[in-house]
Design a binder for this molecule. Sequence first.
Ligand SMILES: Nc1ncnc2c1ncn2[C@@H]1O[C@H](COP(=O)(O)OP(=O)(O)OP(=O)(O)O)[C@@H](O)[C@H]1O
Length: 324
Amino acid sequence: MSGEPAVVVADLRKSYGPVRAVRGVGFRVARGEIFALLGPNGAGKSTTLEILEGFRARDAGRAEVLGLDPGDRGAARELRERIGLVLQDIAVEPYLTVRETVTRDAGYYRAPRDVDEVIGLVGLTGQERRKVRTLSGGQKRRLDLALGVVGDPELLFLDEPTTGFDPNARRGAWRLVRELRDTGTTVLLTTHSMQEAQALADRVAVLAGGRIVAEGTPDDLGGRDTAGARIRFALPPGCAAADLPVAAEVRGAQVTVRTAEPTGTLHRLTGWALQRGTALVGLTVERPTLEDVYLDLTGPDTAHDTPRGTPPDTAHETAEGGAR
Ligand SMILES: Nc1ncnc2c1ncn2[C@@H]1O[C@H](COP(=O)(O)OP(=O)(O)OP(=O)(O)O)[C@@H](O)[C@H]1O
């Protein structure tokens, strides 16, 4: 059982009338893995998640969750029992207290976690008697997280789980998600926070325009691990761009040098500066961040017609398009 992926998606397609929201998406999530779906607004993340959660019918393609087809009504009950959900909009009863809300949801499961333990896990200890309507946005989101984990799920879907969290609460939520992963829970999440993806995800896939445009670990996505470095410093006083010993982009007094060989390039730059008796003020050397790679993959100038780093069987689109 442990060798089976928790989620299998292949050539998944879904249109809303003329809007082709998901256009042949494919990925696998291994058991015990944290997998993040990234992508701009309208990329198709929620649609994909909703299909996997059994809330939305697909037009075509394969979807398997814990070995079950989420589109099969007969599987719905078993799936409900085995998955946890933290959606973007969860309807909770405003006049119930925190404890009443968690207790009520615990009652939906055969083997729920201990209610107080769950309240503690999400950092709501001390708030048990407060009515839901009096919670702040971030506290309410923590309650959502509590409801997602109270059933002790094998697989947890988190749709932008930490939106509205303050930095401490966000770290706390990340710790909780990691702990869940370490005890065997599989997590499939969407996020707009590259920091969150970097901190949490074992693997990420980037969706844009209904297709996967890249997949990898946060460290190697889009060739990030082998990508060139960016060297930055302030143009020394009295120097012009043409005086620099390497090709550079100069904006105002800020110099940016992109290089595949940072060691040699730095040597030339620092040698040049020392020879002139000047300093490279504010010198930094950076590899592209996950956000840089993400923006490059999904930015306004990027055409999404040629998926990158995606296996051909998951990237291609047939002539007849997404809708059946
Ligand atoms: N119920 C719906 N009816 C019609 N169009 C929809 C519906 N839900 C989503 N769409 C459209 O499908 C596309 C994909 O939307 P989806 O919500 O899956 O994207 P997303 O990646 O989750 O975006 P966000 O980051 O904003 O949550 C968008 O163009 C959206 O407008």
